[in-house]
Design a protein around this ligand. Sequence first.
Ligand SMILES: [Cu+2]
Length: 271
Amino acid sequence: MQGSFSVKRLWWIFFLMIWPVLAVIVSLLTPQLQWGFPLSGQSDSPLGGEIDHLFYLILIITGVVFVGTHIALGYVIWTASNRPGDRRAWYTHGNHKLEMTWTIIPGLILLFLAFYQMRTWAEFRMEEAYPDAAKQNIIAEVNARQFEWRIRYPAPGKGLQRKPQLDDMYGVNELHVPAGSPVTIHLRTLDVQHSFFLPTMRIKQDAVPGLVIPVWFEASEPGEYPLVCAELCGWGHYKMGAKVVAHPPEEFDEFMKTMHQAQFNDGFAAE
Ligand SMILES: [Cu+2]
């Protein structure tokens, strides 16, 4: 019914509103579901905190704009639907000043974000800006394939070579690193495009056929962290759930030596 207040209309508003409101209530009441956003400072790596900060900044800006535009939209629909139906339609070619304002302001916001995130992005992605420790500490080559992560480490005391060496060590779906210091892996793929994703460290990098891509990260604490594939790479995509095992730094060298012994000791000659 046009032109008169209708309870039916309110009912529809409540019906559509109830789902997002319910989702927020459920996520607040049951934190164990982990539906909410992770809090800043909850990531498992120092760089993750910076990335979280950028995410939240963008979320707040887009959130304010989203709520604001929807209130404006709701207002227009509400007032227009309350107008008597026998009025003539009204056409406009727009408002030049308004158009300029809502083009320039978002432009300035985007420009600000572009400059503001530059340092974090460079640190994450530009090899020249990597921390020195990450540049020196190239611990393994990670080869993605349908559907697992194959990992190649150099023998203890040796550096990682581009070509596999006779004394290299191999592992599958477990990437061992020392905790508390930046490390670099060389990311490759043996078939299609995959994506190396450490969700709790906020690290994500595509593995691209034909490329060797260095990726650095730092596990703040010893422990196990999920490593998953974030690119829909085929029917077994879901099987690419693996883990990063961060060892206390003083135990890491010993662990690598034990791994080398386990893979190379033929039971006759002592190493
Ligand atoms: Cu994959």
